[in-house]
Design a protein around this ligand. Structure first.
Ligand code: BES
Ligand code: MN
Ligand code: ZN
Length: 494
């Protein structure tokens, strides 16, 4: 979908459909009143009808029957004015695109961005909501779908100054959304395509396009580095592992880097501790953390953020092959710590512990890891929030704020030392899985043993990486979660 900008009066603007936002109990916004007059007083009564009345997520399409150059008016409910949030605007904008798509309208014009004032975050939110909602992954559909895609959306601005402002924020939103789509595409790819080698190729290709330094380490190098935990996971599969490193540094910046680490399990069968068959197909999304890291580097480079940023992606497939690692095995992580394997399905932390240890080489200002790490996090927070843990309150606070601003919200869980009891092993320094309780925290606690004194935060996206039902701005499937959040965070520290 392409977004274009036009300056002009919406009463004189001809288009197939003109979308406007309406608050509940408030039909008297200036543009509604003007449109109503042009419509000879027929718009407001429709606006107030019970089935719409400006309620959140509700819409109403009204034909202008020649009374306006715009053929139709699409009313979009924004809910109560006092409950208004930027996230609601993102939703409303996604809703707009969904309605156009269903009505098979390939073009539309919008006034939504001025619904609640022309502030930066609102303009960005409208552009983001529309773009994010227009996403489709149709590569493997051989017949074209029922619904046609919305090709062009025009933002109407009332004067040239507003246009210039809107233009730059739309351009930023496009960078971030394209990176989110890059992440969604990677996660949507089936496991037989998106192997560790595929992730590495995509990373190298993306990096080459932006002048990001990128390397993909192979098994022999991982052996030399002593990444025994990560290598153990990869042993059950014929797909060889990769350890992808990316480094972006904008010209003048000399600061210590922020290191992002993304779990890249391209398929998680559970290994010898095999998962139940129902729903196992979803485990192709177990590299959503990797996708978020690759997407964030892409967006940061596209936006030319003045930053020093490193991305680390340990990638492997977790299968129960003949040489697979087994419960009872003891492996040695790169840090030298020994780990008793009690459950081969707790593989993500084994990839991450080597990557987190490797991250120390960069003397990072902060390390942030992103991982579909625990089913327990889905139980605790559902798909509404990402789990947050960490050892530095400033970092956690900044991330939490970025979560509020981006709509990709975080909720913190504690890492009190008592939880460490769960991970004690009789035979090794640690075991890789605790009991049935506090599963998200014990995983976080495990990771903390490998970050040294670095400032570190852990984001468990097990619940937020995949959308089951579909929301206006988050279509069913891969969400690309993490990209918008991390870009918002990085912007806040630039
Ligand atoms: N990739 C899974 C976590 C997951 C589960 C993500 C459901 C999304 C939806 C992870 O590797 C895993 O299997 N974790 C285990 C850990 C346990 C064995 C300690 C889990 O959550 O059951
Ligand atoms: Mn697993
Ligand atoms: Zn996993």
């Amino acid at each position: 979908m392409h977004i274009s900008l036009e300056v002009g009066d919406y009463l004189k603007h001809s288009c197939p459909v003109l979308a406007v936002g309406c608050f509940e109990e408030d039909g008297d916004l200036e543009w509604i009143t003007r449109l109503d007059r042009a419509m000879e007083g027929r718009l407001l009564p429709l606006c107030r009808q019970e089935d719409f009345a400006g309620k959140l997520d509700k819409t109403k399409m009204v034909h202008s029957l020649g009374r306006l150059p715009a053929e139709r008016i699409l009313l979009i409910g924004l809910g109560k004015r006092k409950d208004f949030t930027v996230e609601r605007l993102r939703r409303a904008s996604g809703t707009m695109v969904q309605v156009l798509k269903k009505a098979r309208l390939e073009r539309g014009s919008s006034l939504l961005h001025s619904a609640a004032g022309d502030d930066t975050d609102k303009i960005r939110a409208v552009a983001e909501g529309a773009l994010l909602g227009s996403y489709e992954f149709s590569q493997y559909k051989t017949a074209s779908g029922e619904e046609s895609a919305v090709a062009e959306l025009t933002f109407l601005c009332h004067d040239k100054n507003v246009r210039t402002k809107v233009e730059s924020f739309v351009a930023e939103a496009i960078c971030v959304c394209e990176a989110t789509f890059f992440a969604r595409d990677l996660v949507s790819q089936p496991g037989n395509v998106a192997t560790p080698a595929y992730l590495a190729d995509k990373g190298l290709e993306m990096a080459a396009g932006y002048g990001i330094a990128c390397r993909a380490l192979e098994r022999d190098e991982l052996e030399r580095l002593g990444m025994g935990a990560m290598l153990a996971v990869s042993r059950g599969s014929h797909e060889p592992p990769r350890f992808i490193t990316l480094e972006y540094r904008s010209g003048k910046v000399k600061s210590r880097p922020i290191v992002l680490v993304g779990k890249g399990v391209t398929f998680d069968s559970g290994g010898i501790s095999l998962k139940p068959r129902a729903g196992m197909e979803r485990m192709k999304d177990d590299m959503a953390g990797a996708a978020a890291v690759l997407g964030t580097l892409k967006a940061a480079a596209a936006l030319r953020l003045p930053l020093h940023l490193v991305g680390l992606v340990p990638a492997a497939e977790n299968l129960p092959g003949g040489s697979a690692y087994k419960p009872g095995d003891v492996v040695t992580a790169m840090s030298g710590k020994t780990i008793e394997i009690v459950n081969t399905d707790a593989e993500g932390r084994l990839l991450l512990c080597d990557a987190l240890y490797y991250a120390q080489r960069y003397h990072p200002a902060a390390i942030i890891d992103v991982a579909t790490l625990t089913g327990a996090c889905v139980v605790a927070l559902g798909n509404v929030a990402t789990g947050l843990m960490g050892n530095n309150s400033g970092l956690k606070r900044a991330l939490t704020r970025a979560g509020e601003a981006s709509g990709e919200r975080l909720w913190e869980l504690p890492l009190w030392e008592e939880y460490g009891e769960l991970m004690k092993s009789d035979i090794a320094d640690l075991k890789n899985a605790g009991g049935p309780t506090a599963g998200t925290i014990s995983a976080g606690w495990f990771l903390q043993q490998f970050v040294g004194r670095s400032h570190w935060a852990h984001l468990d996206i097990a619940g937020t990486a995949w959308e089951e039902k579909g929301q206006p701005h988050i279509p069913k499937g891969a969400t690309g979660v993490g990209v918008r959040l991390l870009i918002e965070y990085l912007r806040s520290i630039c």
